[in-house]
Every structure is written in C-alpha cells, then in structure tokens.
Design a binder for this molecule. Structure first.
Ligand code: SF4
Ligand code: FES
Length: 242
C-alpha cells in the first residue's frame, strides 16, 4: 500500500519555524513506522533527521509523536496508524523538549530531572555477605518501574508539563525514584526526599493519566506517582510535619 507521511521538518541553520513535508511511501501494513522513515532517508531524502538505535523497543531513542500520540517508531506498525491506501500519517518530534532538528529534540532537561532523583542504590551500611540478598517477593515490589527505557514519551505527553507547570519534575523521574524507594536494599529515601518533595517536584501531577496511556512499556506510571506521594505524606506525618 502507499501512504503519505507528513513529517515535521526544521533546520535550525535556515528555518525560523518548523514546517511539514509530505512523502509518499510504499509500505506493507506490517512494516513499522521506523521502516518507512528509513526508506525515506535511504532512498529519497538523506537530510531527514531522527534518532534510532536498537530498532526493537529497548533503547528508547525513537520516541516521537505519531498521529498525535507519543509512540516508539520501531514499535508502531503501519497498519495501526494507517488503515487504507493513501492515508496520511502525521509525524512530529516529542513535545515539552527543545526542538533540535526535524524529529530530534534536546533530551538534556529530561535526563537532568532523571539524574536529580539519584537513580541508583543508596545504602551506606556495609554488605554482610558477598551481596545484598533480596527475596523474589521484595523484588516484585518494584518490578514495574524497572521496565522504564527512558524514552521520554511520558515527559512529552504530560498535560501538566505542556501547560500548567513546564518545570514539573515529570513522570519518568518519579518512576525512577520509586524504583529505588520501593527496593528494600535501598536506604536513600530521606536523601532523595528534597528532590521530590518541593513545589515543582512530585506534587504538580494532576492524575491526568496521559503518561500511563502513552508508556510503551505499559508501566502504571500514574499509580507509581501516587504511591510515592503517599509514602512522602506518611513520612511527613511520622516526622510530625503535615
Ligand atoms: S515511564 Fe514509560 S514513557 Fe516514561 S520514560 Fe519510562 S518507558 Fe518511557
Ligand atoms: S530504536 Fe530503540 S526503542 Fe526504538
């Protein structure tokens, strides 16, 4: 079948504003959107800029907005975004991050917030045996959060970041914090607290569920944000603070 890909283009060296360029591409319904982009790049327009690496939904580098929804190009089948011959598929870069070129955004603000929550195990206690032993049951408690591939789809789809509060820490950083807060080997809750418990930290989340809707790993992002909020509130109460 033939589809029309309407792709946002922007060259910072000569364009003032982004524009859309349409490409007609011959595809199979079971091809992925990434295949169609590669086809354009390899045979029609080598200037088209987009990121990709693993091509198998693991690295998180090809998140973009496809038909108005954040998705991984390598996990999006043509048949799921174009039903008939001649259909138009609109492709743009992630929102809420500075545009660099075409479908590429500057991911620095996203990774800055990720690093802010100290996404690593904090435990000053000496290791008694060769390693810190954990039961399968305790490991399961933070399993969902370990699936995050840092694609920034949630950061882009979040309505709070898009308008209400662009400085909001963002969903993925909270997912990463919860991954360690819920790990019984980690003792960094209080050290991480100032990075979450401040006006632009975890609190601006309004439970709009867009993060959960777009997450390509099906992580229950909103639920993890709410559970983390609850842990902070309980800690505050236990310390005699409201
Ligand atoms: S939580 Fe989901 S959408 Fe957000 S960065 Fe991780 S994998 Fe991507
Ligand atoms: S290219 Fe790695 S997730 Fe799509």
């Amino acid at each position: 079948m033939k589809i029309h890909l309407e792709i946002q283009r922007f060259n910072p060296e000569k364009d003032e504003n982004p524009t859309f360029q349409t490409y007609e591409v011959e595809v199979n319904p079971t091809d992925r959107l990434l295949d169609a982009l590669l086809k354009i790049k390899n045979s029609e327009d080598s200037s088209l800029g987009f990121r990709k690496s693993c091509a198998h939904g693991v690295c998180g580098s090809d998140a973009m907005v496809i038909n108005d929804k954040e998705r991984l190009a390598c996990k999006t089948l043509i048949k799921d975004v174009a039903k008939r011959d001649g259909d138009i598929v609109k492709v743009g870069p992630l929102r809420t991050l500075p545009l660099q070129r075409d479908l590429m955004v500057d991911q620095s603000p996203f990774f800055h917030n990720y690093r802010q929550v100290k996404p690593y195990q904090i435990n000053p206690e000496p290791i008694k045996e060769k390693e810190r032993i954990q039961s399968p049951e305790k490991r399961r408690q933070f399993d969902d959060a370990t699936k995050c591939i840092l694609c920034a789809a949630c950061f882009s789809a979040c309505p709070v970041k898009q308008g209400v509060n662009p400085d909001f820490l963002g969903p993925a950083a909270v997912v990463q914090a919860s991954r360690f807060i819920d790990d019984d080997r980690d003792k960094g809750f209080e050290e991480r607290l100032p990075e979450l418990d401040y006006p632009d930290g975890i609190w601006p989340c309004e439970n709009r569920f867009e993060c959960t809707r777009v997450c390509p790993r099906n992580i229950k992002v909103t639920k993890l944000i709410n559970l983390t909020k609850r842990k902070i509130t309980e800690f505050r109460k236990s310390e005699g603070k409201t």
